[in-house]
Design a protein around this ligand. Structure first.
Ligand SMILES: CC(C)(COP(=O)(O)OP(=O)(O)OC[C@H]1O[C@@H](n2cnc3c(N)ncnc32)[C@H](O)[C@@H]1OP(=O)(O)O)[C@@H](O)C(=O)NCCC(=O)NCCS
Length: 190
């Protein structure tokens, strides 16, 4: 599960300037009528990401990181927040709470090989089941296609019906292969 580990991803020698994805922003209306912004992650979101992790349940963290992780090393935090929008694209979900913006979830992909990236999502529990996972999937797929990627892969715990349903309903023709206690999902972007 590369996306949970500190990894440089694909090296970007001769790296092009940040893509248009670094300016991405969209407003989504949730099933219960609340509105959230899905936007490109900014370097200054690091504290907001840490706060979101502290609000997520142990079960949600286990489903995302395959272990209950609330504390990350400096190197890991840097990896999660220093996004070049080429080898790694990250979107955050921002909700207005108590009169101010708060990060309540995120979705990202990390390019593993040319044309192929690993995708993962996490939302704090009270924002799950509102259509945000599907919206993140749709936006990341559009960004990835524009960047010329052909395939997303993901590793999911077999009991994670919500994530598997998001993939199933994505229209990206998912295929699954179960190995030990992990479901390996492949999604076609083209
Ligand atoms: C997995 C996750 C990202 C899904 O996002 P979400 O916003 O909750 O999912 P959505 O509301 O977009 O649901 C998409 C579809 O999945 C289905 N679904 C959602 N949760 C479900 C559940 N618990 N059981 C069965 N189906 C479910 C819905 O029916 C929905 O389809 P519909 O729009 O036709 O009704 C989110 O639940 C989450 O962050 N979970 C914890 C972390 C995690 O598991 N990360 C994945 C690591 S790879």
């Amino acid at each position: 599960m590369l996306i949970a580990a500190v990894s440089p991803g694909v090296s970007c020698e001769g790296r092009s300037p940040m893509s248009e994805a670094s300016k991405f922003s969209a407003i989504e209306t949730l099933r219960d009528g609340r509105r959230v912004e899905i936007r490109a992650l900014r370097h200054e979101d690091r504290n907001g990401l840490e706060q979101a992790v502290s609000r997520a349940s142990a079960e949600s963290l286990r489903r995302r990181f395959f272990s209950v992780r609330r504390h990350f090393s400096e190197q890991e935090l840097e990896f999660f927040s220093d996004i070049d929008f080429v080898s790694q694209v990250a979107l955050v979900v921002v909700a207005q709470e108590g009169g101010g913006p708060h990060i309540v979830g995120a979705g990202r992909y990390i390019v593993l090989d040319p044309g192929r990236a690993e995708v993962a999502f996490a939302l704090i529990d009270e924002y799950q089941g509102q259509g945000i996972g599907a919206a993140l999937m749709r936006h990341l797929a559009t960004i990835a296609r524009d960047a010329g990627l052909k395939e997303f892969i993901a590793e999911v715990l077999p009991e994670n019906t919500a994530m598997l349903e998001v993939f199933k309903k994505s229209g990206l023709h998912p295929t699954t292969r179960r190995k030990a206690n992990i479901v390996h999902v492949t999604l076609q972007l083209s």
